[in-house]
Design a protein around this ligand. Structure first.
Ligand code: UDP
Ligand code: MG
Length: 338
C-alpha cells in the first residue's frame, strides 16, 4: 500500500491527546464505557463507526467509547482522531507510541473509564456492536461479569480446534471457567475494572483476570462475524505467547510439575538401584557394571529434576509476590453499626 494517506491526515499532537476529556454537551451521566483496542485497522474503522455509534445511541443511556490505538503503523490513529472531532461528546482516544498488544491496550483504556458498566469490543466487527445492549441488560440483572460464547464462530478451522483444546487444558490448570476464552466482547462492573487497574503485571489475559475478581459471573451467547476488513493481527507465534500468558499468568502449576516428576523419578530409580545392587551381589556384574552406572545416572537425574522443581517452588512464590495482585477481595462485611 502507498504511504501517502498517512501524510495527508495529520496525527494528533501529544498535547491534544492529553486533553481528550470531552466537554459533556449531553449532560447524561456516563453509565457505559466501551473500550476498543485498535491495531492497523484502517480498512475496517469506518464500518465499525457506522454500526457502533447508532447501536449505542439506540440504548439511550450515557456512554463513552474509548479507542486505544496500539501503535498502528497505518492510518488508524488519524482516522480515530478525525472520529474524535466528529463525536467529541462520547469519544475518547488513547494513543500508544508502539505496539504493546491487545490486552495492554485494553488495560490502558480501563485506566480512563468512567462508566459503571465497562464493555470491551474488538475493532474488526467480529463481535457485533448490536450485542452490547444485551450485555448491558444482563449486567442490570445484577451480574458483575458477563462473559460470552460465540454462537457460530467465524474463524479458520484450525484456530477453532486449537482454541477448544487449549480452553480445556487451561480450565484444568487454572480453574478459571470460561466456555469461550477467546471472545473479547465482555462486560465488567466498574469494581472489577478498578481492581484490575491495581494489578501491575505486564502480560495478562483480561477475561481471566476479571473472572478471578468476579462475584457473580454469567455467560451469554453472542453472534460472531467474519472480519469486516484486514487480517487477524495474531500470528501463530503471538497466539502461542498469549496462551502462555494465560496459563503461566494464572497458575504456577507448570513450574511445580517438575517437582512432582522429580519425586516420582527419584523413587523409581532408587528402587532400580536397589534391584541392581541386589542383582550384582547375588548374580554378579552385568555388562561389566554398565547397568550399575545407569542406575546411578537415573537416580541423579531424578534428584536433579527434583532440585529444579524445588527451585520452581521458590521462583513461583517470588513470581506471585512480584505480581502483587490484591490477595483477596471482600464481598461484604456484616457488622452492626457503631
Ligand atoms: N489488537 C491490538 N493489538 C495487537 C493485536 C490486536 O490492539 O497487537 C486489536 C485488533 O485491532 C482488534 C483486536 O485486538 O481490535 C482483536 O484482534 P484480531 O481481530 O486480530 O484477533 P482475532 O480476532 O483474530 O483473535
Ligand atoms: Mg478479530
Amino acid at each position: 500500500m502507498s504511504s501517502s494517506p498517512i501524510e495527508s491526515l495529520p496525527l494528533p499532537l501529544e498535547s491534544e491527546v492529553e486533553n481528550l476529556v470531552p466537554a459533556t454537551s449531553t449532560n447524561k451521566v456516563i453509565e457505559l464505557s466501551v473500550v476498543i483496542p485498535v491495531y492497523n485497522e484502517e480498512d475496517g474503522l469506518d464500518a465499525l463507526f457506522d454500526r457502533l455509534y447508532p447501536a449505542l445511541d439506540a440504548l439511550t443511556i450515557g456512554y463513552e467509547i474509548i479507542f486505544v490505538n496500539d501503535g498502528s503503523r497505518d492510518r488508524s490513529a488519524a482516522i480515530l482522531a478525525a472520529q474524535f472531532r466528529l463525536r467529541p461528546d462520547v469519544t475518547r482516544v488513547v494513543l500508544f507510541n508502539a505496539n504493546y498488544g491487545q490486552h495492554a491496550a485494553i488495560m490502558a483504556g480501563f485506566e480512563h473509564v468512567r462508566g459503571d458498566i465497562v464493555v470491551t469490543l474488538d475493532a474488526d466487527l467480529q463481535n457485533p456492536p448490536e450485542e452490547i445492549g444485551n450485555l448491558v441488560a444482563k449486567m442490570r440483572e445484577g451480574y458483575d461479569y458477563v462473559g460470552t460464547i460465540r454462537r457460530q464462530r467465524q474463524d479458520s478451522a484450525w484456530r477453532k480446534t486449537a482454541s477448544r483444546a487449549m480452553n480445556r487444558l487451561r480450565e484444568r490448570i487454572t480453574h478459571i471457567k470460561m466456555t469461550d476464552q477467546g471472545c473479547m466482547l465482555r462486560a465488567y462492573s466498574r469494581r472489577i475494572v478498578l481492581t484490575m487497574n491495581q494489578c501491575r503485571e505486564i502480560n495478562t489475559f483480561i477475561p481471566a483476570l476479571a473472572y478471578t475478581f468476579a462475584n457473580n459471573p454469567v455467560e451469554i451467547e453472542v453472534g460472531h462475524e467474519e472480519r469486516a476488513a484486514g487480517e487477524s493481527k495474531y500470528s501463530l507465534y503471538s497466539l502461542i505467547r498469549l496462551n502462555f500468558d494465560l496459563v503461566t499468568g494464572f497458575s504456577v502449576m507448570p513450574l511445580q510439575a517438575f517437582g512432582l516428576l522429580g519425586i516420582v523419578l527419584s523413587l523409581l530409580s532408587a528402587m532400580f538401584v536397589i534391584f541392581l545392587a541386589l542383582r550384582r551381589i547375588f548374580v554378579g556384574p552385568e555388562a561389566e557394571g554398565l547397568f550399575t552406572l545407569f542406575g546411578i545416572a537415573f537416580f541423579l537425574i531424578g534428584v536433579l529434576l527434583f532440585g529444579i522443581g524445588l527451585l520452581g517452588e521458590y521462583v513461583g512464590r517470588i513470581y506471585q509476590e512480584v505480581r502483587a495482585r490484591p490477595r483477596y477481595i471482600v464481598q461484604a462485611i456484616l457488622q452492626q453499626d457503631e
